[in-house]
Design a protein around this ligand. Structure first.
Ligand code: UD1
Length: 421
């Protein structure tokens, strides 16, 4: 397994182009199952999770090919509505095929994702919504089997207990081909949900209100394939923003707007960084001292849980004490012990991490435990004295498009070391 080796101390400077959004690409690729014909998706990031999704689409009976930022998905004929454990266990977002399969085939058998490193992550809200639309749900042998008597879902009023992101996406996809009108209340408001609705509407769906907490979907009889370019990745952009702030650097992030990152930008400014709109992107200039800043993660438009680990690295060098509270996932502080091994001073009590700023971090061998934790360890490596080896880098490859190749031209001393070296 590869490692990422970083020699810390560089001040990042230059321009970085932001890739297409992982969390938009995955539901959009799954949504291609809703229409026969040839779809083309552009600006698709080159990621292991995208590879897993294309493999899953192939297993279900589609043709799906990734080439140079483009995925072509074509469907004709019948689908095998079974998402097997070997793929679902690699990527929890595989569950995103559930809604499209139930809508399309009147049936889906999807392996339960099970626990993962950042918490239990059940899918009860996805299933509750499908049941409200008339589906029968059975759990057998680690699989969830969803069957729609009569084959077609019917529109229904759904109220989510929590604005689950992929749950909202699954239910939107299920409802677009249902008979009648569906409303999803307490829906997730993430930009990727809005993007999925844009894609579905382009395919012929009738969705209103995506991006707000009340989504209304008027079911239609059929959808058609489309050609679509995917929005930029706000979490990749946020990660580069933190890297600029932490290294007292000066980065221009090309191709990303302010709006999806407002909560992160507010906190970066509180921490002392300058963040400005510029042309078709955002400029971030880091400064010293770094001011301590409290953060509470929330569903969008709050501070994203997917930026919590990276922001904690910045706070580890602040002049004073910050409190970082994680409310979205129950177990998302595994990076803390690795950061403490690098000289950070962080204590976790229940859902809050108290970060006492230190003067410097030291390079160390560290282990990535999940996707965003691995990005945080790379950022920590950039600011640490000496060499940091980040192990289990496959987590990083799940969600960052050529991270080290993008950092190197900005001045980072960073390389990928093959696992057996
Ligand atoms: C998505 C994102 C992920 C991000 C997360 C929160 C994708 C592919 N992944 O994950 O990057 O970190 O949103 O912004 O878009 N929950 C339930 N029951 C459910 C569904 C969720 O209890 O049926 C709980 C989860 O355990 C978790 C919380 O709700 O504690 C948030 O989960 P959710 O919003 O569903 O996250 P994902 O959609 O899995």
């Amino acid at each position: 397994m590869d490692n990422i080796r970083i020699v810390g101390g560089a001040t990042l400077a230059g321009t970085v182009r932001i890739s297409g959004s992982k969390n938009a690409a995955l539901p959009i690729l799954a949504a291609a199952l809703l229409a026969d014909g040839e779809h083309v998706f552009r600006n698709v990031p080159n990621l292991r999770d995208v590879d897993t999704m294309t493999k899953l689409l192939e297993r279900l009976g589609a043709n799906a090919v990734y080439r140079d930022g483009r995925v072509e998905v074509s469907l004709s004929g019948s689908l095998d509505p079974t998402a097997p454990y070997d793929l679902v266990k690699q990527m929890r977002a595989s569950v995103l095929v559930l809604g499209p399969l139930v809508a399309r085939c009147g049936r889906a058998i999807v392996s339960l994702p099970g626990g993962c490193a950042i918490g239990a992550r059940p899918i009860d809200q996805h299933l509750k919504g499908l049941s409200a639309m008339g589906a029968e749900v059975e759990l057998t042998h680690g699989y969830v089997e969803v069957t729609v008597p009569g084959g077609r879902l019917r529109g229904s009023d759904i109220a989510l207990d929590f604005p689950t992101h992929t749950g909202t996406e699954n239910l939107m996809c299920a409802a677009v081909l249902a008979k009648g009108r569906t409303t999803i209340n307490n829906a997730a408001r993430e930009p990727e949900v809005e993007e999925l609705a844009r894609v579905l509407n382009k395919m012929g769906a009738r969705i209103e209100g995506a991006g707000t907490s009340a989504i209304a979907i008027e079911g239609v009889d059929a959808l058609h394939p489309i050609d679509h370019a995917i929005i930029p990745d706000r979490i990749e952009a946020g990660t580069f923003m933190v890297a600029a702030a932490a290294t007292a650097g000066n980065l221009f992030l090309e191709g990303i707007g302010f709006e999806p990152l407002e909560a992160v930008i507010v906190k970066l400014r509180e921490a002392g960084a300058t963040v400005e709109r510029e042309g078709n992107g955002i400029r971030v200039v880091g400064a010293r001292p770094i001011y301590p800043t409290d953060v509470i993660t929330q569903p969008h438009p709050g501070f994203p849980t997917d930026m919590q680990a990276q922001f904690m690295v910045l706070m580890s060098l602040a002049e004073g004490t910050s409190r970082i509270t994680e409310t979205v996932f129950e177990n998302r502080f595994m990076h803390v012990s690795e950061l403490n091994r690098m000289g950070a001073n962080i204590q976790v009590n229940a859902r809050t991490a108290t970060v006492h700023g230190v003067k410097r971090l030291e390079g160390a061998e560290v282990m990535a435990t999940d996707l965003r934790a691995s990005a945080s360890l790379v950022v920590a490596g950039l600011i640490a004295e000496g060499t940091t080896d980040v192990r289990r880098v496959y987590h990083l490859d799940r969600g960052y498009d050529q991270f080290e190749m993008k950092l190197a031209p900005l001045g980072a001393t960073i390389e990928r070391v093959p696992g057996n070296a």
